[in-house]
Ligand binder design. Structure first.
Ligand code: SF4
Length: 188
């Protein structure tokens, strides 16, 4: 299962050499950031949180056959100990306040994976005139990785998690979020 091409995973690696020339102190922080990111990617803790049929595949990914534990990826039962939200299923408008509350309860840095066509774009429920379903998790959350399929298989989710690890170690997510924040500030 290929990960959706909208995931900007082909970013160049971090280049800290220019920062070194400008200020050794900045380099110190950059290396520390790389070390922290390395620790983070080897201990991603997704929240135990499923909305619809895709979450059955998410559960399978955590079970013995696919065994996410071997990557240090361990599901937690509370948002306060989680740093990854896997949106696995159809998002109804009624459920949006709950999703936002859970997201806000997660400590940062934190990431979002949209798993399945419903979480990416509304899936089979995105048709003209429908009024109950949100057409994609990115309407309410800053999605980092898209895993397509209806449903995606556990291998697809694992691939998505591995891509998320790559993005975190390359620092592209931090850079994207900083750019988004700057753009929001500029609009105000
Ligand atoms: S993408 Fe398909 S399998 Fe996943 S929640 Fe939607 S309808 Fe169910």
């Amino acid at each position: 299962m290929a990960v959706d091409e909208r995931s900007p995973i082909c970013m160049p690696p971090n280049d800290h050499s220019a920062q070194l020339k400008e200020s050794p102190a900045i380099l110190g922080f950059a290396v520390l950031q790389d070390l922290l990111n390395l620790a983070r990617v080897n201990s991603l803790w997704p929240m135990t949180f499923g909305i619809a049929c895709c979450s059955i595949e998410m559960m399978a990914a955590g079970m013995a056959r696919f065994d996410l534990d071997r990557f240090g990826i361990i599901f937690r039962s509370t948002p306060r100990q989680s740093d990854v939200m896997i949106v696995a299923g159809t998002i109804s408008h009624k459920f949006v306040p709950t999703i936002k509350t859970l997201w806000e309860q997660m400590p940062g840095p934190k990431w979002v994976i949209a798993m399945g066509n419903c979480a990416i774009s509304g899936g089979p429920f995105a048709y003209e005139g429908q009024y109950a379903i949100v057409n994609g998790a990115d309407k309410i959350l800053p999605v980092d990785i898209y895993v397509p399929g209806c449903p995606p298989r556990p291998e697809g989710l694992i691939q998505g998690l591995l891509q998320l690890q790559k993005k975190i170690t390359k620092g592209t997510i931090d850079a994207n979020r900083r750019a988004e924040k700057a753009a929001r500030r500029a609009k105000k």
